[in-house]
Design a protein around this ligand. Structure first.
Ligand SMILES: Cc1cc2nc3c(=O)[nH]c(=O)nc-3n(C[C@H](O)[C@H](O)[C@H](O)COP(=O)(O)OP(=O)(O)OC[C@H]3O[C@@H](n4cnc5c(N)ncnc54)[C@H](O)[C@@H]3O)c2cc1C
Length: 471
Protein backbone atom coordinates (compact mmCIF):
# COMPACT_ATOMS: atom_id res chain seq x y z
CA UNK A 1 0.00 0.00 0.00
CA UNK A 2 1.39 3.44 -0.92
CA UNK A 3 1.70 6.30 1.57
CA UNK A 4 -1.02 8.14 -0.28
CA UNK A 5 -3.44 5.24 0.18
CA UNK A 6 -2.54 5.00 3.86
CA UNK A 7 -3.37 8.66 4.33
CA UNK A 8 -6.70 8.41 2.56
CA UNK A 9 -7.97 5.09 3.97
CA UNK A 10 -11.37 5.28 5.62
CA UNK A 11 -11.31 4.21 9.28
CA UNK A 12 -14.13 2.14 10.80
CA UNK A 13 -15.33 5.18 12.75
CA UNK A 14 -15.46 7.25 9.57
CA UNK A 15 -17.20 4.42 7.76
CA UNK A 16 -19.87 4.35 10.49
CA UNK A 17 -20.55 8.07 9.94
CA UNK A 18 -20.86 7.60 6.18
CA UNK A 19 -23.07 4.50 6.57
CA UNK A 20 -25.43 6.15 9.00
CA UNK A 21 -25.75 9.20 6.79
CA UNK A 22 -26.39 7.11 3.68
CA UNK A 23 -29.25 5.34 5.45
CA UNK A 24 -31.32 8.49 5.69
CA UNK A 25 -29.80 11.19 3.49
CA UNK A 26 -31.33 12.70 0.34
CA UNK A 27 -28.15 14.52 -0.68
CA UNK A 28 -24.74 13.11 -1.46
CA UNK A 29 -22.47 11.42 1.06
CA UNK A 30 -18.89 11.78 -0.14
CA UNK A 31 -16.19 9.82 1.65
CA UNK A 32 -12.50 9.33 0.92
CA UNK A 33 -13.20 6.59 -1.63
CA UNK A 34 -15.82 8.55 -3.57
CA UNK A 35 -14.81 9.57 -7.13
CA UNK A 36 -15.91 13.15 -6.40
CA UNK A 37 -13.94 13.42 -3.15
CA UNK A 38 -11.16 15.70 -4.40
CA UNK A 39 -13.57 18.08 -6.12
CA UNK A 40 -15.83 18.14 -3.05
CA UNK A 41 -13.04 18.99 -0.59
CA UNK A 42 -11.71 21.82 -2.75
CA UNK A 43 -12.52 25.39 -1.73
CA UNK A 44 -11.84 28.73 -3.40
CA UNK A 45 -8.41 29.25 -1.80
CA UNK A 46 -5.86 26.95 -3.46
CA UNK A 47 -3.72 27.14 -0.32
CA UNK A 48 -6.23 24.93 1.49
CA UNK A 49 -5.70 21.19 1.13
CA UNK A 50 -7.84 19.53 3.80
CA UNK A 51 -9.00 15.93 3.82
CA UNK A 52 -12.29 15.50 5.61
CA UNK A 53 -13.47 12.01 6.57
CA UNK A 54 -16.97 12.57 5.19
CA UNK A 55 -18.63 15.39 3.29
CA UNK A 56 -22.40 15.49 3.80
CA UNK A 57 -23.65 17.49 0.82
CA UNK A 58 -27.10 18.40 2.06
CA UNK A 59 -30.11 18.77 -0.22
CA UNK A 60 -32.22 20.65 2.32
CA UNK A 61 -32.95 21.35 5.97
CA UNK A 62 -33.91 17.73 6.74
CA UNK A 63 -30.48 16.59 5.54
CA UNK A 64 -28.83 19.18 7.77
CA UNK A 65 -30.80 17.79 10.73
CA UNK A 66 -29.63 14.26 9.79
CA UNK A 67 -26.01 15.43 9.57
CA UNK A 68 -26.26 17.12 12.98
CA UNK A 69 -27.81 13.96 14.49
CA UNK A 70 -24.97 11.84 13.09
CA UNK A 71 -22.42 14.32 14.40
CA UNK A 72 -24.00 14.18 17.86
CA UNK A 73 -23.72 10.42 17.89
CA UNK A 74 -20.18 10.07 16.56
CA UNK A 75 -18.65 13.39 17.70
CA UNK A 76 -16.30 14.06 14.77
CA UNK A 77 -14.81 17.51 14.25
CA UNK A 78 -17.50 19.42 12.32
CA UNK A 79 -17.08 22.18 9.78
CA UNK A 80 -19.84 24.04 7.96
CA UNK A 81 -19.45 25.04 4.34
CA UNK A 82 -21.58 27.64 2.60
CA UNK A 83 -20.08 29.26 -0.50
CA UNK A 84 -16.57 27.99 0.37
CA UNK A 85 -14.91 31.41 0.03
CA UNK A 86 -13.57 32.03 3.53
CA UNK A 87 -9.88 32.70 2.94
CA UNK A 88 -8.96 30.50 5.92
CA UNK A 89 -10.79 27.59 4.30
CA UNK A 90 -12.71 26.97 7.51
CA UNK A 91 -15.61 25.36 5.62
CA UNK A 92 -13.52 22.19 5.35
CA UNK A 93 -11.68 20.27 8.07
CA UNK A 94 -9.17 17.43 8.28
CA UNK A 95 -10.57 14.01 9.27
CA UNK A 96 -13.96 15.34 10.33
CA UNK A 97 -17.46 15.84 8.99
CA UNK A 98 -18.19 18.68 6.56
CA UNK A 99 -21.81 19.83 6.60
CA UNK A 100 -21.73 21.04 3.02
CA UNK A 101 -24.54 23.43 2.08
CA UNK A 102 -23.19 24.38 -1.34
CA UNK A 103 -25.93 22.47 -3.21
CA UNK A 104 -28.72 24.29 -1.35
CA UNK A 105 -29.37 26.94 -3.99
CA UNK A 106 -33.04 27.87 -3.53
CA UNK A 107 -34.03 31.55 -3.86
CA UNK A 108 -37.51 32.99 -3.58
CA UNK A 109 -38.15 36.70 -4.04
CA UNK A 110 -41.42 38.26 -2.86
CA UNK A 111 -41.49 41.59 -4.70
CA UNK A 112 -44.64 42.75 -2.91
CA UNK A 113 -43.34 42.17 0.60
CA UNK A 114 -39.85 43.19 -0.64
CA UNK A 115 -38.17 40.16 0.89
CA UNK A 116 -36.02 37.33 -0.43
CA UNK A 117 -35.39 33.92 1.08
CA UNK A 118 -32.17 32.23 0.05
CA UNK A 119 -30.53 28.97 1.01
CA UNK A 120 -26.91 28.92 2.21
CA UNK A 121 -25.29 27.60 -0.99
CA UNK A 122 -26.34 30.74 -2.88
CA UNK A 123 -23.71 33.23 -4.03
CA UNK A 124 -24.18 37.02 -4.22
CA UNK A 125 -24.22 36.87 -8.01
CA UNK A 126 -27.08 34.38 -7.92
CA UNK A 127 -29.10 36.37 -5.40
CA UNK A 128 -28.54 39.71 -7.19
CA UNK A 129 -29.69 38.16 -10.46
CA UNK A 130 -33.04 37.15 -8.96
CA UNK A 131 -33.70 40.30 -6.92
CA UNK A 132 -32.73 42.60 -9.79
CA UNK A 133 -35.52 41.10 -11.91
CA UNK A 134 -37.77 43.19 -9.68
CA UNK A 135 -35.49 46.24 -9.40
CA UNK A 136 -34.65 45.22 -5.84
CA UNK A 137 -31.47 44.26 -3.98
CA UNK A 138 -30.06 43.52 -0.57
CA UNK A 139 -26.56 44.78 0.23
CA UNK A 140 -23.98 42.05 -0.31
CA UNK A 141 -20.26 41.64 -0.81
CA UNK A 142 -18.32 43.08 -3.71
CA UNK A 143 -17.42 39.85 -5.50
CA UNK A 144 -20.28 37.89 -7.03
CA UNK A 145 -18.80 34.41 -6.46
CA UNK A 146 -18.69 34.83 -2.67
CA UNK A 147 -21.25 32.93 -0.59
CA UNK A 148 -24.10 34.82 1.06
CA UNK A 149 -23.83 32.56 4.11
CA UNK A 150 -20.42 33.15 5.65
CA UNK A 151 -20.43 36.78 4.52
CA UNK A 152 -23.77 37.62 6.16
CA UNK A 153 -23.02 35.65 9.33
CA UNK A 154 -19.77 37.60 9.78
CA UNK A 155 -21.34 41.02 9.05
CA UNK A 156 -21.08 41.85 5.35
CA UNK A 157 -19.22 44.93 4.10
CA UNK A 158 -20.28 46.16 0.66
CA UNK A 159 -20.43 48.95 -1.91
CA UNK A 160 -23.64 50.41 -0.46
CA UNK A 161 -23.27 49.81 3.26
CA UNK A 162 -23.27 53.48 4.34
CA UNK A 163 -26.73 53.86 2.80
CA UNK A 164 -28.24 50.45 3.61
CA UNK A 165 -26.12 48.87 6.34
CA UNK A 166 -24.26 45.59 6.50
CA UNK A 167 -25.67 42.43 4.94
CA UNK A 168 -26.55 41.16 8.41
CA UNK A 169 -28.45 44.39 9.15
CA UNK A 170 -30.81 43.50 6.33
CA UNK A 171 -31.71 40.09 7.73
CA UNK A 172 -35.33 39.74 8.69
CA UNK A 173 -35.07 36.16 9.96
CA UNK A 174 -33.07 32.97 9.63
CA UNK A 175 -33.94 29.29 9.79
CA UNK A 176 -31.25 27.59 11.84
CA UNK A 177 -30.59 24.02 12.98
CA UNK A 178 -29.01 23.99 16.41
CA UNK A 179 -26.76 21.33 17.94
CA UNK A 180 -29.69 19.34 19.37
CA UNK A 181 -31.02 18.88 15.84
CA UNK A 182 -34.02 21.19 16.22
CA UNK A 183 -35.07 23.70 13.59
CA UNK A 184 -35.62 27.28 14.79
CA UNK A 185 -36.81 30.44 13.14
CA UNK A 186 -34.96 33.35 14.69
CA UNK A 187 -35.92 36.99 14.21
CA UNK A 188 -36.14 40.14 16.32
CA UNK A 189 -39.36 38.79 17.82
CA UNK A 190 -38.64 35.04 17.95
CA UNK A 191 -35.54 33.77 19.76
CA UNK A 192 -33.95 37.23 19.74
CA UNK A 193 -30.72 35.96 21.36
CA UNK A 194 -30.11 33.57 18.51
CA UNK A 195 -30.94 36.32 16.01
CA UNK A 196 -28.58 38.72 17.79
CA UNK A 197 -25.77 36.15 17.52
CA UNK A 198 -26.16 35.26 13.85
CA UNK A 199 -25.82 38.93 12.85
CA UNK A 200 -22.03 39.22 12.94
CA UNK A 201 -21.29 36.31 15.31
CA UNK A 202 -22.91 33.56 13.29
CA UNK A 203 -20.08 31.06 13.37
CA UNK A 204 -20.67 28.16 15.72
CA UNK A 205 -24.23 28.86 16.92
CA UNK A 206 -25.85 26.38 14.55
CA UNK A 207 -26.31 25.72 10.84
CA UNK A 208 -28.30 28.41 9.05
CA UNK A 209 -30.47 26.77 6.41
CA UNK A 210 -32.29 29.83 5.12
CA UNK A 211 -31.73 33.60 5.15
CA UNK A 212 -34.67 36.00 4.84
CA UNK A 213 -33.50 39.44 3.69
CA UNK A 214 -35.29 42.75 3.39
CA UNK A 215 -34.97 44.18 -0.10
CA UNK A 216 -34.60 47.78 -1.23
CA UNK A 217 -35.29 49.36 -4.61
CA UNK A 218 -32.13 49.87 -6.71
CA UNK A 219 -31.09 49.56 -10.34
CA UNK A 220 -31.05 48.01 -12.77
CA UNK A 221 -28.64 50.86 -13.65
CA UNK A 222 -26.43 52.48 -11.01
CA UNK A 223 -23.90 55.29 -11.18
CA UNK A 224 -20.41 54.80 -9.88
CA UNK A 225 -16.99 56.40 -9.77
CA UNK A 226 -14.17 54.13 -10.93
CA UNK A 227 -10.91 56.01 -11.38
CA UNK A 228 -7.33 54.80 -11.79
CA UNK A 229 -4.73 57.21 -10.41
CA UNK A 230 -0.94 56.92 -10.85
CA UNK A 231 0.89 54.99 -8.17
CA UNK A 232 3.74 57.50 -7.90
CA UNK A 233 1.37 59.84 -6.05
CA UNK A 234 -0.25 57.08 -3.99
CA UNK A 235 0.27 58.72 -0.62
CA UNK A 236 -1.19 62.06 -1.75
CA UNK A 237 -4.12 60.35 -3.47
CA UNK A 238 -4.97 58.31 -0.36
CA UNK A 239 -4.78 61.47 1.76
CA UNK A 240 -7.09 63.33 -0.63
CA UNK A 241 -9.42 60.32 -0.67
CA UNK A 242 -9.43 60.25 3.15
CA UNK A 243 -10.46 63.93 3.17
CA UNK A 244 -13.34 63.16 0.81
CA UNK A 245 -14.55 60.33 3.06
CA UNK A 246 -14.91 62.77 5.96
CA UNK A 247 -17.64 64.73 4.17
CA UNK A 248 -19.01 62.14 1.73
CA UNK A 249 -22.79 61.74 1.83
CA UNK A 250 -24.16 58.44 3.10
CA UNK A 251 -25.38 57.70 -0.41
CA UNK A 252 -21.74 56.96 -1.30
CA UNK A 253 -19.42 54.38 0.32
CA UNK A 254 -15.92 55.40 -0.82
CA UNK A 255 -13.35 52.69 -1.31
CA UNK A 256 -9.68 52.84 -2.35
CA UNK A 257 -7.50 50.01 -3.57
CA UNK A 258 -3.73 49.96 -4.01
CA UNK A 259 -3.59 47.37 -6.74
CA UNK A 260 -2.33 46.72 -10.25
CA UNK A 261 -4.05 47.57 -13.51
CA UNK A 262 -5.64 44.41 -14.93
CA UNK A 263 -4.24 42.84 -18.08
CA UNK A 264 -7.46 43.68 -19.87
CA UNK A 265 -7.35 44.24 -23.65
CA UNK A 266 -9.64 47.26 -23.17
CA UNK A 267 -6.81 48.99 -21.28
CA UNK A 268 -3.74 50.45 -23.07
CA UNK A 269 -0.98 47.87 -23.03
CA UNK A 270 1.59 50.15 -21.36
CA UNK A 271 -0.68 50.44 -18.30
CA UNK A 272 -1.47 46.74 -17.91
CA UNK A 273 -0.15 45.20 -14.68
CA UNK A 274 1.31 48.56 -13.57
CA UNK A 275 0.70 49.48 -9.95
CA UNK A 276 -2.11 51.97 -9.53
CA UNK A 277 -4.50 53.53 -7.06
CA UNK A 278 -8.07 52.59 -7.82
CA UNK A 279 -10.86 54.67 -6.33
CA UNK A 280 -14.48 53.55 -6.36
CA UNK A 281 -17.86 54.56 -5.03
CA UNK A 282 -21.41 53.65 -6.04
CA UNK A 283 -24.36 56.00 -5.64
CA UNK A 284 -27.23 54.49 -3.66
CA UNK A 285 -30.06 55.77 -5.84
CA UNK A 286 -31.11 56.32 -9.45
CA UNK A 287 -28.62 57.59 -12.02
CA UNK A 288 -28.84 61.30 -12.84
CA UNK A 289 -27.36 64.64 -11.91
CA UNK A 290 -27.57 64.02 -8.17
CA UNK A 291 -25.75 60.70 -8.53
CA UNK A 292 -23.03 62.24 -10.70
CA UNK A 293 -22.52 65.09 -8.25
CA UNK A 294 -22.30 62.71 -5.28
CA UNK A 295 -19.47 60.65 -6.78
CA UNK A 296 -17.68 63.62 -8.45
CA UNK A 297 -15.23 64.34 -5.59
CA UNK A 298 -13.82 60.83 -5.97
CA UNK A 299 -12.93 61.69 -9.58
CA UNK A 300 -10.98 64.80 -8.70
CA UNK A 301 -8.29 63.52 -6.33
CA UNK A 302 -5.44 63.99 -8.84
CA UNK A 303 -4.84 63.75 -12.58
CA UNK A 304 -6.23 60.26 -13.37
CA UNK A 305 -4.60 57.58 -15.49
CA UNK A 306 -8.04 56.49 -16.60
CA UNK A 307 -11.56 57.44 -15.52
CA UNK A 308 -14.02 54.64 -16.12
CA UNK A 309 -16.83 56.25 -14.10
CA UNK A 310 -20.35 56.08 -15.44
CA UNK A 311 -23.54 54.12 -15.30
CA UNK A 312 -23.81 50.37 -15.52
CA UNK A 313 -26.19 47.57 -14.50
CA UNK A 314 -25.90 46.71 -10.80
CA UNK A 315 -25.34 43.02 -11.61
CA UNK A 316 -22.45 43.97 -13.91
CA UNK A 317 -20.90 46.15 -11.23
CA UNK A 318 -21.20 43.35 -8.67
CA UNK A 319 -19.38 40.87 -10.90
CA UNK A 320 -16.90 43.28 -12.54
CA UNK A 321 -13.94 42.19 -10.40
CA UNK A 322 -14.85 38.54 -9.80
CA UNK A 323 -12.48 37.33 -12.53
CA UNK A 324 -9.58 38.88 -10.62
CA UNK A 325 -10.04 36.35 -7.78
CA UNK A 326 -10.08 33.03 -9.63
CA UNK A 327 -10.74 29.74 -7.83
CA UNK A 328 -7.68 27.70 -6.97
CA UNK A 329 -5.08 30.46 -6.71
CA UNK A 330 -3.44 31.09 -3.35
CA UNK A 331 -4.73 33.78 -1.01
CA UNK A 332 -4.20 35.19 2.46
CA UNK A 333 -5.96 38.19 4.05
CA UNK A 334 -5.86 40.13 7.28
CA UNK A 335 -7.62 43.33 8.28
CA UNK A 336 -7.92 46.09 10.85
CA UNK A 337 -10.87 48.26 11.73
CA UNK A 338 -9.73 51.85 12.23
CA UNK A 339 -11.36 54.91 13.79
CA UNK A 340 -9.28 57.37 11.81
CA UNK A 341 -6.79 57.37 9.00
CA UNK A 342 -3.94 59.62 10.00
CA UNK A 343 -1.24 60.84 7.62
CA UNK A 344 1.19 58.52 9.39
CA UNK A 345 -1.13 55.53 8.94
CA UNK A 346 -1.39 56.36 5.24
CA UNK A 347 2.39 56.67 4.90
CA UNK A 348 2.88 53.29 6.59
CA UNK A 349 0.23 51.63 4.46
CA UNK A 350 1.70 52.93 1.22
CA UNK A 351 5.23 51.95 2.29
CA UNK A 352 4.06 48.38 2.89
CA UNK A 353 1.96 48.29 -0.22
CA UNK A 354 5.05 49.21 -2.25
CA UNK A 355 6.51 45.83 -1.14
CA UNK A 356 3.49 43.91 -2.44
CA UNK A 357 4.79 40.52 -3.63
CA UNK A 358 2.60 40.08 -6.74
CA UNK A 359 0.26 42.11 -9.00
CA UNK A 360 -2.61 39.98 -7.66
CA UNK A 361 -2.02 41.25 -4.11
CA UNK A 362 -3.72 44.43 -2.94
CA UNK A 363 -4.49 46.75 -0.06
CA UNK A 364 -8.07 47.96 0.33
CA UNK A 365 -9.60 50.67 2.51
CA UNK A 366 -13.38 50.66 2.91
CA UNK A 367 -15.34 53.48 4.54
CA UNK A 368 -17.93 52.59 7.18
CA UNK A 369 -20.25 54.97 9.04
CA UNK A 370 -23.72 56.04 7.93
CA UNK A 371 -26.27 53.24 8.27
CA UNK A 372 -23.63 50.85 9.66
CA UNK A 373 -22.91 53.17 12.58
CA UNK A 374 -26.56 53.97 13.27
CA UNK A 375 -27.34 50.40 14.39
CA UNK A 376 -26.88 50.34 18.16
CA UNK A 377 -23.64 48.70 19.24
CA UNK A 378 -25.56 46.10 21.32
CA UNK A 379 -28.20 45.35 18.72
CA UNK A 380 -26.19 42.63 16.97
CA UNK A 381 -23.03 40.62 17.55
CA UNK A 382 -21.12 42.66 14.94
CA UNK A 383 -18.74 44.60 17.17
CA UNK A 384 -17.32 47.38 15.00
CA UNK A 385 -20.20 49.83 14.58
CA UNK A 386 -18.16 52.90 15.44
CA UNK A 387 -15.18 52.15 13.17
CA UNK A 388 -14.76 54.57 10.28
CA UNK A 389 -12.59 52.35 8.09
CA UNK A 390 -11.60 48.77 7.42
CA UNK A 391 -8.12 48.22 5.99
CA UNK A 392 -7.54 44.81 4.47
CA UNK A 393 -4.24 43.47 3.28
CA UNK A 394 -4.86 40.78 0.70
CA UNK A 395 -2.08 38.62 -0.70
CA UNK A 396 -2.75 36.64 -3.87
CA UNK A 397 -0.24 34.48 -5.75
CA UNK A 398 0.03 31.30 -7.82
CA UNK A 399 3.37 29.65 -7.13
CA UNK A 400 3.47 27.49 -3.95
CA UNK A 401 7.15 28.41 -3.63
CA UNK A 402 5.97 31.96 -2.79
CA UNK A 403 3.76 30.90 0.15
CA UNK A 404 6.07 32.15 2.88
CA UNK A 405 6.92 35.40 1.12
CA UNK A 406 3.32 36.30 0.31
CA UNK A 407 1.90 35.38 3.73
CA UNK A 408 4.90 37.02 5.40
CA UNK A 409 4.22 40.28 3.52
CA UNK A 410 0.56 40.37 4.58
CA UNK A 411 1.39 39.57 8.21
CA UNK A 412 4.18 42.16 8.37
CA UNK A 413 2.04 44.85 6.76
CA UNK A 414 -0.77 44.02 9.21
CA UNK A 415 1.68 44.25 12.14
CA UNK A 416 2.95 47.61 10.88
CA UNK A 417 -0.63 48.93 10.76
CA UNK A 418 -1.51 47.65 14.22
CA UNK A 419 -0.66 50.92 16.05
CA UNK A 420 -3.35 52.65 13.96
CA UNK A 421 -6.03 50.01 14.48
CA UNK A 422 -9.06 50.30 16.75
CA UNK A 423 -8.01 46.84 17.95
CA UNK A 424 -10.75 45.21 15.92
CA UNK A 425 -10.42 42.74 13.09
CA UNK A 426 -13.01 41.41 10.62
CA UNK A 427 -13.77 37.70 10.90
CA UNK A 428 -14.52 37.43 7.18
CA UNK A 429 -11.05 38.65 6.20
CA UNK A 430 -9.12 36.45 8.62
CA UNK A 431 -6.43 34.34 7.05
CA UNK A 432 -5.24 30.82 7.52
CA UNK A 433 -3.80 29.66 10.83
CA UNK A 434 -4.35 32.88 12.74
CA UNK A 435 -4.26 32.39 16.46
CA UNK A 436 -7.82 31.68 17.59
CA UNK A 437 -7.57 33.54 20.89
CA UNK A 438 -6.07 36.61 19.17
CA UNK A 439 -8.99 36.59 16.76
CA UNK A 440 -11.66 36.11 19.39
CA UNK A 441 -11.00 39.27 21.33
CA UNK A 442 -10.46 41.31 18.19
CA UNK A 443 -13.46 40.00 16.27
CA UNK A 444 -16.19 40.10 18.90
CA UNK A 445 -14.74 42.61 21.38
CA UNK A 446 -17.23 43.48 24.12
CA UNK A 447 -19.75 40.99 22.69
CA UNK A 448 -17.54 38.00 23.33
CA UNK A 449 -19.13 37.02 26.63
CA UNK A 450 -22.73 37.26 25.45
CA UNK A 451 -21.89 35.33 22.30
CA UNK A 452 -20.23 32.55 24.31
CA UNK A 453 -23.29 32.38 26.60
CA UNK A 454 -25.61 32.00 23.61
CA UNK A 455 -23.35 29.39 22.01
CA UNK A 456 -23.25 27.47 25.29
CA UNK A 457 -27.04 27.63 25.67
CA UNK A 458 -27.68 26.25 22.17
CA UNK A 459 -24.61 23.99 21.93
CA UNK A 460 -23.68 22.93 25.48
CA UNK A 461 -21.52 20.05 24.26
CA UNK A 462 -19.54 22.15 21.78
CA UNK A 463 -20.54 20.26 18.65
CA UNK A 464 -19.75 23.38 16.60
CA UNK A 465 -16.80 24.47 18.73
CA UNK A 466 -14.40 24.37 15.83
CA UNK A 467 -16.67 26.52 13.65
CA UNK A 468 -17.07 28.93 16.57
CA UNK A 469 -13.39 29.39 17.21
CA UNK A 470 -11.89 29.48 13.74
CA UNK A 471 -12.67 32.20 11.18
C1 LIG B 1 -12.77 37.25 -3.40
C2 LIG B 1 -13.44 37.57 -2.09
C3 LIG B 1 -14.09 38.78 -1.94
C4 LIG B 1 -14.71 39.10 -0.73
N1 LIG B 1 -15.37 40.29 -0.61
C5 LIG B 1 -16.01 40.56 0.53
C6 LIG B 1 -16.77 41.76 0.68
O1 LIG B 1 -16.88 42.56 -0.24
N2 LIG B 1 -17.38 42.00 1.85
C7 LIG B 1 -17.30 41.12 2.89
O2 LIG B 1 -17.88 41.39 3.94
N3 LIG B 1 -16.59 39.99 2.79
C8 LIG B 1 -15.97 39.68 1.64
N4 LIG B 1 -15.25 38.54 1.54
C9 LIG B 1 -15.12 37.68 2.71
C10 LIG B 1 -16.32 36.78 2.84
O3 LIG B 1 -17.28 37.46 3.59
C11 LIG B 1 -15.95 35.48 3.56
O4 LIG B 1 -15.01 34.81 2.80
C12 LIG B 1 -17.17 34.62 3.82
O5 LIG B 1 -16.87 33.65 4.79
C13 LIG B 1 -17.64 33.91 2.57
O6 LIG B 1 -18.77 33.15 2.82
P1 LIG B 1 -18.89 31.67 2.24
O7 LIG B 1 -20.23 31.16 2.60
O8 LIG B 1 -18.50 31.68 0.80
O9 LIG B 1 -17.73 30.97 3.06
P2 LIG B 1 -17.50 29.52 3.70
O10 LIG B 1 -16.05 29.30 3.59
O11 LIG B 1 -18.40 28.51 3.10
O12 LIG B 1 -17.93 29.75 5.18
C14 LIG B 1 -17.14 30.45 6.10
C15 LIG B 1 -17.53 30.05 7.51
O13 LIG B 1 -18.82 30.58 7.79
C16 LIG B 1 -19.58 29.65 8.56
N5 LIG B 1 -20.76 29.28 7.79
C17 LIG B 1 -20.91 29.27 6.44
N6 LIG B 1 -22.17 28.94 6.12
C18 LIG B 1 -22.82 28.73 7.27
C19 LIG B 1 -24.16 28.39 7.59
N7 LIG B 1 -25.07 28.24 6.64
N8 LIG B 1 -24.50 28.25 8.89
C20 LIG B 1 -23.59 28.44 9.87
N9 LIG B 1 -22.30 28.78 9.64
C21 LIG B 1 -21.93 28.93 8.35
C22 LIG B 1 -18.68 28.48 8.82
O14 LIG B 1 -18.08 28.63 10.07
C23 LIG B 1 -17.66 28.56 7.71
O15 LIG B 1 -16.45 27.99 8.05
C24 LIG B 1 -14.65 38.19 0.34
C25 LIG B 1 -13.99 36.99 0.19
C26 LIG B 1 -13.40 36.67 -1.01
C27 LIG B 1 -12.74 35.35 -1.15
Amino acid sequence: MSDQQTVTATSPAEQAIADQLRASFEGEVIDRGHPGYDEARTVWNGLIDRRPAVIARCSGTADVVEAVEVARKHRPVVSIRGGGHQVAGSGVCDDGLVIDLSAMKGIHVDPVARTARAQPGVTWGELDRETQLHGLFTPGGEISATGIAGLTLGGGLGFLMRAYGLSCDNLRSVEIVTADGTVHTASREREPDLFWAVRGGGRGVGVVTSFEFDLQPLGPEVTGALVLYPYENAEAVVRAWRDVTLTAPETVTPEILLWSVPADPAIPEELQRAKCVLVGGVYAGPPGAEAAAAVAPLRELAEPLMDLSGTMPYVTLQSANTWRFPDGERYFMKSHFMDELTDEAIRTLVEWDARRPTPESLTVIRTLGGAVGRVGSDESAFAHRSARYNVSIDAGWRDPAMDDEAIGWARSAWDAMKPFSSGGTYVNFAGLGEDASELQGAVYGPHEERLERIRAAYDPEGLFARAAHRP
